[in-house]
Design a protein around this ligand. Structure first.
Ligand code: PRP
Ligand code: URA
Length: 209
């Protein structure tokens, strides 16, 4: 059974409030998404396995923990998930990076896949799947379906803002994965946008529209 963690940390909430502000421009939006991803990653990797290794300090010899050879992959959901990658890589610079391209149809709100490239040995890796927005949950569910079909069993989905509808849908479809949410918002509107949300994350990161 996976865990769902709503981070609800003052630093993360403060930065999300700045993200929500319609006056926040592309440059600051990008920086904030990256910083939030770093803070979320710190929490999401809390359960990384460690082993004791011998270390000699200037004072004494000791057995102290180091992260064991856990292989990591970061697989952002394009486009908006790309904005979270550098923040995660700041903490785990040797992680491999894959990409899943999914785009919601504007009318049906259902995702369709247009690109996928994953690192080798993906089935043995811990996969971090970042996407700033979890709205209906359709994109996240499809991305996890895809990663699981490649044999992955250790998956952590990370989003900045989730709607209750999308969180429920993802938990129901994939009860075994860990889910990290920066802030749980109120509801979806008639266009399947998160309320209050921050608008279209991809457009705000890349300055499109
Ligand atoms: C956004 C967002 C998620 C998806 C969430 O991407 O980044 O991937 O919508 O919505 P859902 O939970 O209802 O599936 P979008 O499809 O707009 O593509 P983009 O990142 O290229 O802008
Ligand atoms: N995708 C976004 O970027 N924002 C939303 O509110 C919903 C889906």
């Amino acid at each position: 059974m996976g865990n769902t963690v709503i981070l609800d940390h003052p630093l993360i909430r403060h930065k999300i409030t700045l993200l929500r502000d319609e006056r926040t421009g592309t440059r600051d939006f990008r920086i904030l998404v990256e910083e939030i991803a770093l803070l979320m990653c710190y929490e999401a990797l809390r359960d990384l396995p460690t082993e004791l290794v011998a270390v000699k300090t200037p004072i004494a010899s000791a057995m102290e923990p180091m992260i064991t050879g856990k292989k990591l992959a970061v697989v952002p959901i394009l486009r908006a998930g790309l904005g979270m990658v550098d923040g995660i890589l700041t903490l785990v610079p040797s992680a491999k990076v894959g990409h899943i391209g999914l785009c919601r149809d504007e009318v049906t709100h259902k995702p369709h896949e247009y690109y996928c490239k994953l690192p080798g040995g993906i089935a043995e890796r811990l996969v971090i799947l970042p996407d700033p927005m979890l709205a209906t949950g359709g994109s996240a569910i499809q991305a996890v379906d895809f990663i699981k079909a490649k044999g992955c069993t250790n998956i952590k989905f990370m989003c900045v803002i989730a709607a209750p509808e999308g969180l429920k849908a993802l938990q129901t479809a994939h009860p075994d994965i860990d889910i990290y949410v920066g802030c749980l918002d109120d509801h979806l509107n008639e266009n399947a946008y998160i309320v209050p949300g921050l608008g279209d994350a991809g457009d705000r990161i890349f300055g499109t529209k």
